[in-house]
Design a protein. Structure first.
Lengths: 300, 271, 300, 271
């Protein structure tokens, strides 16, 4: 079940998705963290962020919207208070990072690179960049590449760039960050959506819009993973609506070398382990020795 | 791993009053004894519609030889509760819990006051039962204020009668008890309660809690159970945020599911 | 319940979505066509199109993928054989048109404008334009504007431009077609997605990718309608995952003057009428005299 | 409007053989008498998971005084049929139908041959019943070839016995009847059937139909029931396309739901 992504040796291809597994502690009563392929922690910013006012979540058909607003303890508190807990486990830890400017990304990356127990960085470029008129770094190939370069310059750790689906041509953005030095790409982040309270005639979310996740977005995620995997030569990590081992395997067949599980953990706190066991079972049943042998085997 | 997601079997599901259901669920014996104020996340086994699990307080709990059982008291307000209401004996539900680090704390004070609005009675009556039966508090020390829009919405009174010596019932329309908001009824009695020797516990709609916060100064020990929409129920998604004061009095967002659902009234920041 | 869109007088704001209601005949046993706000017929091209080889559809969580490939009888057969049926009804008929080049769009528009019984045109710009490297006319503001101008030049009928959601910034495309003369915009078309048969390791759809529709996409559609309605001054028609009267009303509150119902008809052939009745009921219950009074009333 | 979507109530749902269920549904009397080969679209009332309705052939139909009832014979192959299998007496289902313009045509020929693979027996046995009971065709004239992977997959034989004088059973593994593919068994007898006086009706998996098309030349009258995934079931979405020859012999896509599901074998284009 071992896979290697940009030099990272994962026990298996199943990781947590950022923002859905806290800092690892929250689910540690349900999930043996040692069994995970990797833990991607909640997005970290330079300063602590209070996050958006509630309500922050809303259910939709086959999914949910969230507008947590990157509430997090900040990179310093993470290193001092959260990382020691994670170091107790034999598991790959990936820090998801977020900045409001190129410089902030670089600063967060620098601090994490000097901390013990962080094995890779995942850059979240899906946040609106005020200077660019409300669109995000991640929706502009040049800005995404620039963020990648800034982070790469500050770190020796493998750098994964997490792509937003809210773009016309995700493959071109993937190519652009690959050229800028990204060691891997992960996709997709949430799709921007909205939900309305008919009685009150207000949005359900205080933030008005939020990010759609869950099985509702799986077809879109799968399509994008397939498109990107055909364009880039760095590893692709598949994310979006994975609920079962079968879903995870579909992403791998579409070209993902590993996957991340987000919303599924909310529905079933034991989902991650069930998915790992399910992949194992599938490989055994189909007499597949090496999990790499299924990656990108989609026949079209 | 200490915790799991449990498969429960509905052994009874009865509409005890229009739109109010009492559901009894049998659970494997691994399910941990809940503290009053704790809740479960419940969903119909194998179904993705509704998508998210629903948080419901634990109304009663008992342990048998080979399994345990739990009662949930809920009101049909939307799709999820409507589907729960439709479950029949034998239906399977997936349950995680008991959840919530913040639960009702056993009072040191002599006077114990409960204030419930509608379905808010659910966690409070389990607490009253526990105080009476496990901590041996006298029912005379316990006063229960229960409010509802009308007589129809007054549920669970029988159980409260067993444990609380004093019960004050209010309805908005006067169809039962006093015609008043439950907080008004409580406010009338407020001077009877010495802040140093009274513990107050409240659960109900947000405006009720807010009204309470307007009438109780920080001297009073008052715990309230809050509600927010939830996704994970375990503190991981930060979706159920509520604005609270931190130790330095600064505004911060806490998680209803894991930091709560029971908080101290004085810590709430009203946005 | 009457609404006016670009001079078109609709009995009510509820229309069919193109490609989901055939040429009107298919559902005429279930739905009294005279009750509909409008019928948008299946996309028409200059020549008949055989469509894509099967399988063409696949279920997803809260939605479905389709890759019908614009199978249609062609504009001439439509005029000769399908339009006479529709003329028997007192209902607004909108022809959805599609071309592989600017010229084809113009030709189809010209033919339909001369036919009796077509009341408006809806331009589908979501189809891949081979010349632009696989992206569609609809994902490029300039190309979308040019299609609009070409069609406007050939017709006296109101022109609705139907926008694709597979773009970074749908509002800028809406603005661009508004400036090019569009009388209204409708959105959203389907989101491109994919689904994989794990056992066979092939896509479920012969066409590999398909368009996602149904309630799964409703949050995305609602967000885009809201974004576009704030930018343009022409009427916006809301589409995407509307299953109930409540859903339709949410789109109107977000800024849509009318709505189109697609996939819902597949699930419940009587959905259109139930939605019309439900909106009526809502207006009565809330003592709203004029349906216009709810359009764009979202409080943010 | 002539047609509607009907609320049906499951009055029985039995696993008659591993993974094969016979479900009886009570429908309002407005439901039109189906022609053999027609089908319904069925979904669980009020539920969005699974999202699309499922097409199932009508296995039997009878009309009572105030309602009518219908039997469906289905095999659990995936999520949708698994959920249908879980329905208990009293469950509500939404049904539209009967659907399909293309249904089995009453034969003029003297010999009537049915060829069914597995669950393909469902529409054919309704047709055999109708021919016998409504058109008074002699059971001696009717031959039924039924194939399955193993004895376990042979279902519905009792009913066929009532109407067909000759029954040939085949299994892939020889666990019942001949050890042969059903098409091979039929092929052996083929010379017995005069193309001018034989009508053949087949329903089963695509490879079976394809094999038939390889052994029957265009002289034979042969109708087959096809399957494709469906969304609308009424011809509106063109999702259930199948490649067929049009009147000019040109390839065109027809809709299984409305142009079929029953087509003439010779018109199918094998892609
Ligand atoms: C810790 C906790 C304990 C609870 N205990 C009980 C209980 O014992 N009995 C009971 O009947 N209800 C209880 N609730 C409320 C219950 O969770 C909601 O009524 C339920 O989730 C609504 O789901 P729905 O699909 O029926 O309604 P929806 O269609 O989702 O919404 C209908 C209405 O309910 C509101 N609502 C939705 N979710 C919540 C929520 N999580 N909290 C508060 N309001 C909500 C919505 O804003 C809306 O106004 C509890 C909530 C929490 C957070
Ligand atoms: C006109 C018609 C009549 C039918 N009558 C019957 C019947 O009487 N009894 C019965 O058991 N089945 C019948 N079927 C097949 C039945 O519709 C499918 O088995 C069912 O839709 C599968 O749903 P699922 O969710 O269980 O499987 P899925 O999880 O959707 O798929 C499981 C497998 O079934 C295949 N499948 C899915 N949908 C169809 C479909 N519409 N047609 C054929 N294969 C499909 C898939 O390709 C896959 O291999 C009929 C199909 C049609 C088109
Ligand atoms: C509540 C919530 C919070 C999230 N926070 C982050 C985050 O901080 N950083 C990030 O890159 N992605 C974040 N995401 C996106 C997820 O990591 C993931 O990309 C997305 O949810 C799609 O996967 P899923 O459908 O499996 O949930 C968040 C998602 C959810 C639902
Ligand atoms: C089977 C199918 C065929 C479609 N064909 C067309 C088409 O020909 N032209 C077009 O503009 N949109 C077409 N659409 C898109 C719909 O009109 C609509 O924009 C989309 O399905 C979203 O709405 P819904 O979720 O209500 O279905 C089609 C959709 C489906 C499901
Ligand atoms: S519901 Fe996820 S943190 Fe509370
Ligand atoms: S299923 Fe829609 S046309 Fe056949």
């Amino acid at each position: 079940m071992k896979v290697e992504i940009a030099g990272l040796k994962l026990k298996n291809p199943v990781m947590t998705a950022s923002g859905t597994f806290g800092y690892g502690e929250e689910y540690s009563d349900y999930v043996d963290l040692n069994r995970l392929g990797g833990i991607v922690v909640k997005g970290l910013s330079l300063k602590p962020r209070p996050g958006n006012p509630p309500p922050r979540i809303m259910e939709t058909s086959g999914g949910m919207l969230n507008a947590v607003g990157l509430q997090n303890v900040g990179v310093d508190v993470f290193i001092d208070e959260k990382l020691p807990f994670l170091r107790r486990y034999d598991v790959v830890v990936i820090a998801n990072i977020y900045g409001e400017s190129y410089k902030e990304y670089a600063q967060v990356a620098g601090k994490l690179s000097r901390a013990k127990g962080v094995h890779a960085l995942e850059i979240n470029v899906s946040c609106p960049n005020v200077k660019k008129g409300g669109l995000s770094f991640g929706s502009d190939p040049r800005a995404a590449a620039e963020v990648t370069r800034c982070v790469k310059a500050e770190t020796h750790l493998p750098v994964i760039v997490k792509l937003t689906p809210n773009v016309t041509d995700i493959a071109s953005i993937a190519l652009s960050v690959e050229n800028a030095g990204a060691d891997a790409v992960s996709l997709i982040n949430t799709i921007t959506g909205m939900s309305i309270d008919l009685r009150a005639r207000t949005p359900h979310l205080k933030n008005i819009t939020g990010g759609l996740s869950g099985p509702a977005i799986k077809p879109v995620a799968l399509r994008m993973v397939w498109q990107v995997a055909q364009k880039v030569s760095i590893p692709v990590i598949g994310i979006g609506g994975i609920m079962t081992a079968e879903d995870a395997l579909e992403f791998m067949i579409a070209g993902a070398k590993a996957v991340q599980i987000g919303t599924a953990s909310f529905i079933n706190p034991c989902a991650l382990v069930e998915i790992i066991d399910g992949i194992r079972h599938y490989l055994d049943e189909n007499k597949i020795k090496n999990i790499k042998d299924i990656v990108g085997t989609l026949q079209t | 791993m200490a915790k799991d997601i449990y498969m429960g079997e509905v052994s009874r599901n009865e509409e005890i009053r229009k739109d109010f259901f009492l559901m009894k669920v049998t659970l494997p014996s691994g399910f941990v004894e809940p503290m009053p104020g704790q809740f479960v996340m419940i969903r119909i086994a194998g179904l993705n519609d509704p998508f998210l699990s629903r948080p419901i307080s634990i109304y009663s709990f008992s342990r048998g030889r080979s399994n345990c059982s739990m009662e949930l008291l809920f009101r049909v307000v939307g799709k999820g509760t409507r589907i729960l209401a439709g479950l029949i004996k034998g239906s399977l539900v997936e349950i995680s819990g008991p959840l919530g680090e913040g639960h009702f704390a056993i009072p040191k004070a002599g006077n114990i006051v409960f204030i419930a609005g509608g379905i808010g009675i659910a966690p409070l009556s389990l607490f009253a039962e526990n105080l009476c039966r496990k901590v041996c508090r006298s029912s005379d020390a316990m006063t229960f204020y229960l409010g509802a829009q009308s007589a129809d919405g007054l549920i669970g009174l029988n159980r409260v009668h067993k444990y609380c010596g004093n019960i004050i019932v209010c309805t908005d329309d006067g169809s039962a008890g006093m015609k008043a908001l439950v907080t008004k009824a409580f406010q009338k009695d407020l001077k009877k309660y010495d802040p140093m020797d009274t513990a107050i516990y409240a659960c109900g709609p947000r405006p009720m809690i807010r009204a309470l916060s307007g009438m109780l100064d920080a001297e009073y020990f008052c715990q309230v159970s809050l509600e927010e929409r939830m996704a994970c129920g375990v503190g991981a998604c930060v979706g159920c945020a509520v604005a609270m004061k931190d130790d330095l009095g600064q505004k911060t967002y806490k998680r209803v599911c894991s930091d709560g659902p029971v908080f101290e009234l004085k810590d709430i920041v009203w946005e």
